[in-house]
Design a protein around this ligand. Structure first.
Ligand code: 8YV
Length: 327
């Protein structure tokens, strides 16, 4: 019997890819080229499944070019790179990697928020430029994190983990906005208060955005929302580029309509809006919130578990569209 073939679309831990070789003929990409859409469709020819990351877009065209494809397994919790409706229509299973990155991503979101509040990157750049010649009372004066109001947009697993850090570790008051309100037993230990989006913008000293990207969340935070924020407030985005209007944010930062921002994700990344590169009061990191050895290995391992189960008659642990399995 011939073994199913799978594509591993990006370079990833060799020992974890080796687990696929036990079951499948694996075409991998150790040189880590980013495939164009046409190349991706061509690479998928003859493949029953694919290990993908956020840089591979799986849409109707790619699926139609590959009617043999049965599973696409994303090494990411966010899956806006996958057209799930198109997968459903063609019976293709899609999987993601929830849970394993929650705490790591929350650590980084909290670190970014603190860096923005306390002007960490801006002051470090100043020091490296050799501009530190004397102490002064207001040099890189910022705002407190402890005791401040933490505003969370998107109170899913990662939002709740950031709220836990703020409430339990830093004595922060937590306000949040989400599609739906949390159960009282989840709100209570955090002292978390559900508010409308506008109120969230008005009340937050430190706004952290953790909402998944979709057509509905495109530019959920734009100039109108920023206009409601306190001039002393900070904005942190660890969700997806496109949830924040980056051009509007750069303008708000330049004009000091808000105090500072920290971004791990960008519209059209790895390109970064040029205006963000020239405003000093923003911390910029290259989409690394989940980047610890343990977590990236856990994410890769879970994507591999999903792919093996999907193609060997097992039960994939974290399907996005489990209804496909029932067919
Ligand atoms: C990934 C992420 O590193 O999981 C997600 O949704 O944004 C990151 O953890 C990235 O998407 C690579 O696939």
């Amino acid at each position: 019997m011939t073994r199913p073939a799978v594509l591993v679309a990006r370079a990833v831990f060799g020992d974890i890819v080796d687990r696929l070789r036990v079951h499948f003929d694996v075409e991998d990409n150790p040189e880590d080229r980013i495939f164009s859409k046409a190349e991706l469709a061509a690479k998928l020819a003859g493949k029953a499944g694919a290990f993908i990351t956020g840089s591979e877009r799986i849409d109707a065209e790619v699926l139609d070019a590959n009617p043999q494809l049965r599973a696409v397994c994303n090494m990411a919790v966010g899956y806006n790179n996958i057209d799930v409706d198109a997968c459903n229509a063609r019976g293709v299973l899609a999987t993601n990697t929830p849970d394993v990155l929650t705490e790591t991503t929350a650590d980084f979101g909290f670190a970014l928020m603190m860096a923005a509040a306390r002007r960490l990157a801006e002051s470090e750049h100043f020091l490296r430029r050799g501009e530190w010649t004397k102490w002064s009372y207001d040099m890189f004066i910022g705002s407190d994190v402890h005791g401040a109001t933490l505003g969370i947009l998107g109170m899913g697993r990662i939002g709740q983990a950031i709220a836990r850090r703020g409430a339990l570790g830093f004595g922060m008051k937590v306000v949040y906005h989400n599609r739906s309100r949390l159960a009282p037993e989840l709100e209570a230990p955090l002292g978390a208060r559900y508010v409308g989006k506008e109120q969230l913008m008005r009340e937050a000293d430190h706004l952290v955005i953790v909402v998944p990207y979709s057509a509905a969340s495109h530019h959920a935070v734009g100039s109108a929302e920023m206009a409601l924020m306190k001039p002393s407030a900070t904005l942190t985005n660890v969700a997806r580029g496109g949830v924040v209007d980056d051009a509007a944010l750069a303008a708000a930062l330049r004009e000091r309509r808000i105090a500072a921002a920290a971004l791990d994700v960008f519209e059209g990344e790895p390109k970064v809006h040029p205006d963000l590169l020239t405003v000093p009061n923003v911390v910029l990191t290259p989409h690394i919130a989940s980047a610890t050895v343990a977590t990236r290995r856990a994410m890769a391992g879970l994507a591999v578990d999903n792919l093996i189960a999907a193609l060997t008659g097992g039960t994939p642990p974290t399907p996005i569209n489990p209804q496909v399995l029932a067919r």
